[in-house]
Design a protein around this ligand. Structure first.
Ligand code: PLP
Ligand code: COI
Length: 342
């Protein structure tokens, strides 16, 4: 789509074609020199491993326009590292982490005209995607792969923006089991969450809170974001121990809370029952797309808990201001997290 036709002030989280993508292919045991090409479709064999057996991984990142006009990336090397971990779990070839960051920078520069202006609150979402495109019949890894990076201008993931969302705790569905792929950002983890999301949205909730698959008691995460709660004045988040995606926003929020707000942080099992107690005062979720989204209420069957009359909590707001302030170069980046594009 021509960037001049885009209303950057009313973007949601929807697919919009931009100009340029990065592509590299893996053949005969090595990656080709990657290149920028016009965004567009490519041919794929019906026997491709990704189409038949789901051998695919992806990442999600954002490029932001700061008030100064500079373009920033947030901890892109962490995405490169997680991309490698995901590739290893799915028996796919890894891609050099430094080259990953270089490729991301190139795509962003090539699509600079699609970065929403500072005052729109939007971002250029970056989607690195690796697929096993070689054909295979038995269940085994492909012999050929494609690594693409494309971009999409986006607004908030939840249409509510920085307003609290209502979530349903699911006892019916789980997302990941111990020993499975919960920690990897593989396509296989997302298709199964569409039905639970559709069902819960029909009931008026924004998303599902998934519980652990063994006891259905401890919170894993929200469909596309990590979970946090303020309990007894401490910031708690489920441990990243294999069944949840180790979010980069999650990791950053834990550090900001400890170093900038002097909060005690705990990575531990959180029973859903704790959310219904008075000691739990705020809940929110985090992600690249979700940023920090406050949770106004949680429901489990006929039980409901409303937090702060459905308004964002004070600490949630402080954490949001600190995180987005650092990302947009408005608060000193003492952690060295922000990459400014040349
Ligand atoms: N959990 C899931 C399932 C996700 O898809 C995401 C988004 O990437 C997150 C958590 C948050 O991770 P991050 O903060 O790295 O975007
Ligand atoms: C992200 O936060 O980047 C995600 O990937 C979430 C979702 C769009 C899959």
């Amino acid at each position: 789509m021509d960037s001049k036709e885009i209303d950057f002030y009313s973007l949601g989280f929807n697919f919009i074609e931009t100009k340029t993508m990065f592509v590299t292919d893996y053949k005969d045991g090595k990656w080709t020199e990657g290149k920028l090409v016009p965004f567009g479709p490519f041919e794929i064999s019906p026997g491709a491993c990704v189409l038949n057996y789901g051998q695919g991984i992806f990442e999600g990142m954002k490029a932001l326009r700061a008030k100064t006009g500079q373009i920033t990336l947030f901890r892109p090397e962490e995405n490169g590292k997680r991309f490698k971990d995901s590739a290893e779990r799915m028996l796919m070839p890894t891609y050099d982490e430094n080259k990953f960051v270089q490729a991301v920078k190139k795509v962003v520069k090539a699509n600079e005209e699609y970065i929403p202006p500072y005052d729109s609150g939007g971002a250029l979402y970056i989607r690195p995607l690796m697929i096993g495109n070689g054909p295979i019949l038995g269940v085994a890894p492909a012999n050929e792969y494609k690594f693409i990076i494309f971009t999409v201008p986006v607004g908030p993931y939840f249409p509510e923006g920085f307003k609290a969302i209502d979530l349903e705790i699911s006892k019916k569905y789980t997302r990941a089991a111990p020993g499975g792929t919960g920690f990897a950002k593989t396509c296989c983890n997302y298709a199964p969450t569409m039905k639970p999301a559709k069902e819960t949205k029909a009931k008026g909730f924004a998303q599902v809170i998934y519980l652990d698959a063994v006891e259905r008691e401890y919170i894993d995460e929200v469909g596309t974001a990590n979970f946090f709660a303020i309990i007894n004045g401490k910031l708690a988040s489920p441990k990243a121990a294999g069944t949840i995606l180790p979010g980069i926003t999650r990791k950053s929020v834990l550090e900001i809370a400890e170093k900038k707000l002097n909060l005690t942080v705990e990575e531990r099992d959180i029973s859903y029952k704790e959310l219904f107690e008075e000691s739990c005062t705020e809940v929110f979720c985090t992600g690249t797309a979700a940023v920090i989204t406050p949770i106004g209420s949680v429901v489990l069957e006929d039980k409901k808990r409303v937090f702060n009359n459905g308004e964002p909590g004070k600490l949630t707001k402080k954490l949001y201001d600190l995180l987005t302030g650092i990302q947009r170069l408005e608060i000193e980046d003492e952690f060295g997290w922000v990459t400014v594009l040349e």
